[in-house]
Design a protein around this ligand. Structure first.
Ligand code: ADP
Ligand code: SF4
Ligand code: MG
Length: 376
């Protein structure tokens, strides 16, 4: 199977569905101003000496029935974001609203309810399964803890094994070490589905698999999404896979959202120079794809002390003095499915950037500052 953009899986939750509390226009998840700084301790007294700005004022929505892809270089905060949404890490600041209900606030949704509704699948398929439990029991564990009888929880586990393509008569009694990587990841997906969640966060969930197995698991995720009416947040460093599976894509850089929009808009007409560079560095690998954009230069800056203004300015071919002085934003207001926004002064006609109002695709390398034009 080739990973070409194919059928889009966007589908609204059917009106009247028992799961659909907020109505189909209500986003499944709204994230507002989320922030997490990790303290770094040092010195004789082990005092806090600095902070890693892992997630810094992040806002976005995940719409019902969509797959929102999250991309960005290693260390940009993707996994921290996922863990904050799951409440596996305490947040410093920010609001989470799940289908209209604020999470973990008075009169809002409890953490226990959130865990029923929102589940996560990690990359490391082996360490997330208990090696001493047969896989049937691993899958049945969640429903048992939430009050289901042992017999019912086991029946549910077998039903889910079937759904993820593992015959229960062959696999129910096996232990994790008796499974291949792809089979273990299928078990992890079954386990994540055991409480009938409405949304899954998949953090590099297929990244450790061989290409052919990865394609099978991606197909399985498409089937499960339609069958169980799920919403996905799909995190990956692999731009091909994200293009294949996503309806919309969110691009992160140094703890912040720099661009968000429909998948084909992002891949064919990126608005942020970082996205453009990320896509260009992917195309460089393919000799048939000629690119006119300078590849991304240098390493990301240290998230302890990010650059002032726009965090991408130390690597951006279009950086101007205004980029150091003012922080570009994604704009305000709710995000619609068709919105394509980038946090770059070039996209803002009144920001004072000399390229303001121009599309990135119309800017020739010869127009860029010399150090970048040379490398084009
Ligand atoms: N527990 C932690 N303590 C300190 N720093 C952390 C911790 N977890 C992650 N970080 C830092 O936060 C940043 C974001 O990390 P992470 O969310 O894992 O990125 P990604 O998943 O995009 O690779 C990195 O600089 C990382 O080193
Ligand atoms: S704001 Fe300036 S530095 Fe940042 S991406 Fe846009 S042009 Fe580049
Ligand atoms: Mg990660």
């Amino acid at each position: 199977m080739s990973l070409q953009p194919s059928e889009r899986h966007l589908q609204a939750v059917k009106p009247g569905h028992p799961h659909d509390r907020g109505g189909k226009a209500q986003p499944m998840l709204i994230v507002e101003n989320l922030k997490k700084y990790f303290p770094i301790h040092g010195g004789l007294l082990n005092r806090k000496v600095a902070e890693v700005k892992a997630v810094d004022d992040v806002s976005f929505s995940v719409l019902k029935g969509e797959t929102l892809g999250i991309v960005g270089e290693s260390g940009c905060g993707k996994s921290t974001l996922a863990r904050l949404l799951m409440h596996l890490l305490p947040r410093d600041k920010g609001t989470l609203i799940f289908d209209g209900d604020p999470v973990d606030e008075p009169r809002g949704m409890s953490l226990r309810d959130l865990r029923r509704n929102l589940q996560m699948v990690f990359q490391d398929s082996y360490s997330s399964l208990n090696p001493r439990l047969p896989i049937e029991d691993s899958i049945a564990y969640g429903p048992s803890v939430h009050g289901m009888s042992r017999a019912k929880a086991r029946a549910k586990a077998r039903e889910l094994l079937e759904k993820v393509g593992l015959r229960p008569d062959l696999f129910a009694g096996r232990y994790p070490h008796e499974l291949s990587g792809g089979q273990k990841q299928r078990v992890n997906i079954a386990r994540a589905l055991a409480l009938d969640p409405r949304m899954l966060i998949l953090d590099e969930a297929v990244s450790a698999l061989d290409k052919s197995v990865e394609a099978q698991v991606l197909n399985l995720l498409g089937y499960l999404k339609r069958h169980f009416n799920l919403t996905y947040m799909f995190i990956s460093h692999d731009l091909h896979v994200v293009r294949y599976i996503s309806d919309r894509v969110l691009v992160m850089y140094l703890g912040q959202v720099v661009e968000i929009g429909p998948v084909e808009d992002i891949y064919t007409q990126p608005k942020h120079p970082y996205t453009m560079a990320l896509l260009a560095s992917r195309l460089e690998i393919d000799p048939d794809q000629r690119i006119d954009t300078p590849p991304i230069v240098g390493d990301p800056p240290n998230p302890i002390n990010p650059p002032s203004g726009c965090r991408f300015r130390t690597r951006c071919p279009l950086a101007e003095p205004i980029c150091a002085e003012r922080t570009p934003t994604l704009g305000t207001g709710a995000f619609a499915a068709s919105d394509h926004r980038a946090a770059c002064h070039v996209t803002n006609p009144v920001a004072g950037h000399s390229f303001a109002g121009r599309s990135l695709q119309s800017i020739a390398p010869s127009e860029m500052p010399a150090r970048f034009a040379e490398s084009a």
